[in-house]
Design a binder for this molecule. Structure first.
Ligand SMILES: Cc1cc2nc3c(=O)[nH]c(=O)nc-3n(C[C@H](O)[C@H](O)[C@H](O)COP(=O)(O)OP(=O)(O)OC[C@H]3O[C@@H](n4cnc5c(N)ncnc54)[C@H](O)[C@@H]3O)c2cc1C
Length: 387
């Protein structure tokens, strides 16, 4: 798959924007205030095949990673909250099924994730473990034709609304002893809402991404058929390494879209707002902000596209994906903050929206591995190259 030409990209972006302007934009304020996901936009994008274009054609997708990135950028431009939940369903759930699932699982789950009639989520994080991902305490015990799952997950995007869930467990024997240590011994399962012993908590109240419901998953002796194991038992942490690379690249598209909105908004405002008898854009310190934002945006966007090209070509993006995520996480925070600064007091008000983007920006330094974890990955890879 090669990068689409300019015209194809423009048309795709235009279609996504058309749906988002009709179905999402009029509802952003309400969904942010109520902390609700915009199902109307989710379903409308799904109907047009614009929710999960990266997923394979056989199940209704386009098998097009570039299209997925452009969709993410357009979602980020309007609402990163919306994009976070949409991508959690399409990528965290859908792409993991596409990569590790059996043929039956792909047939069962992918079409409804792609057309937007169902919503998925992916649960690794637990109350006691975050960055130390292989330390999961949720257990699975093999019982012949099924497994029994016990434990809980937290901070899971879409948990309160998801129909389908992937959870990562550590497989133990009847006495509770782990079958293998560290990166070995992780087993992933697909759960469906309604299974006995499976429940979810209320959406958390949070700093940003308020229209993306985040919550807990509780598992109490959940009996899961062995057909619902995702990938090979014991291999979940290995599969996860690859899926996190994909997540870092595609979700960074949201940060690019947010940055573009803030750059546009700040520039237009600076040209129209007058102080001391001139547009504030005439002041060099405002130009300094605009130049700073533009530089960060341009480098971030170009680098993300370079990493996407690598990923599409099948090149390992463990290091470059971490660099992209780390750089874009910092850039989007600088850009959203400077956008408020250019708007002065108006930027602090909800009307100009840049305050929402600034609150949303922080997640890009935390989710899918914190900045510190990205730096560990980058340093490890670089040191390996020179050792
Ligand atoms: C809105 C939101 C949505 C999320 N969605 C999902 C989801 O869908 N699925 C999911 O599984 N998870 C999800 N998460 C969880 C997210 O991935 C974790 O919050 C993140 O990985 C960090 O884990 P933690 O919060 O436990 O922090 P911790 O791991 O406890 O880290 C706390 C601090 O210590 C630092 N630290 C930890 N270890 C090291 C180290 N070795 N070296 C240096 N510094 C270190 C961290 O960088 C951080 O600054 C979500 C989180 C949020 C906020």
């Amino acid at each position: 798959m090669t990068r689409p030409d300019e015209q194809t990209s423009r048309e795709l972006r235009k279609s996504v924007r058309g749906v988002l302007e009709k179905e999402l934009v009029p509802r952003i304020e309400e969904t942010e205030t109520k902390g609700e996901y915009c199902l109307e936009a989710h379903r409308a994008l799904g109907q047009l095949g614009l929710l999960a274009p990266m997923l394979p054609e056989e199940y209704g997708g386009l098998g097009d990673t570039w299209a997925q990135l452009f969709v993410a950028e357009e979602m980020g431009y309007y609402s990163s909250s919306f994009g976070l939940s949409a991508l959690a369903s399409a990528i965290l759930f859908g792409n993991n099924i596409a990569n590790s699932g059996s043929e039956e699982q792909k047939k069962k789950y992918l079409p409804s994730i792609i057309d937007g009639s169902k919503i998925g989520c992916w649960g690794l994080t637990e109350p006691g473990i975050g960055s130390d991902a292989v330390g999961v305490k949720t257990t699975s015990v093999y019982k012949g034709d099924h497994y029994l799952l016990n434990g809980s997950k937290t901070f899971i995007t879409n948990a309160p609304i998801a129909d389908y869930m992937i959870v990562i467990t550590r497989q133990v024997d009847e006495s509770g002893k782990s079958l293998a240590e560290g990166i070995e011994g992780g087993t992933a399962f697909v759960l469906e809402r309604g299974m006995d012993g499976l429940s979810t908590g209320k959406p958390f109240k949070k700093m940003g991404h308020r229209a993306s419901p985040t919550g807990e998953i509780f598992m109490e002796n959940v009996k899961v058929p062995k057909e619902n194991v995702l990938g090979k038992p014991g291999r979940a942490f290995f599969d996860m390494k690859h899926s996190l690379d994909v997540e870092r690249v595609i979700f960074s598209g949201l940060g690019i879209g947010m940055s573009r909105f803030c750059l546009e908004s700040a520039s237009k405002y600076a040209l129209s707002r007058k102080q001391f008898g001139k547009p504030i854009a005439a002041f060099q310190m405002i130009q300094d902000h605009i130049a700073n934002m533009t530089t960060q945006y341009d480098v971030a966007e170009k680098y993300l596209h370079y990493v996407t090209e690598q990923m599409v070509a099948g090149i390992d993006v463990n290091k470059t994906g971490a660099i992209a995520k780390y750089f874009i996480g910092k850039a989007v925070n600088t850009i959203t903050d400077l956008a408020i600064q250019c708007h002065g007091g108006y930027g602090y008000m909800e009307e100009y929206q840049v305050e929402r983007y600034d609150r949303d920006a922080k997640l890009f330094e935390i989710g899918a591995g914190t900045n510190e974890i990205q730096k560990l990955i980058i340093a490890k890879q670089t040191l390996k190259e020179f050792s």
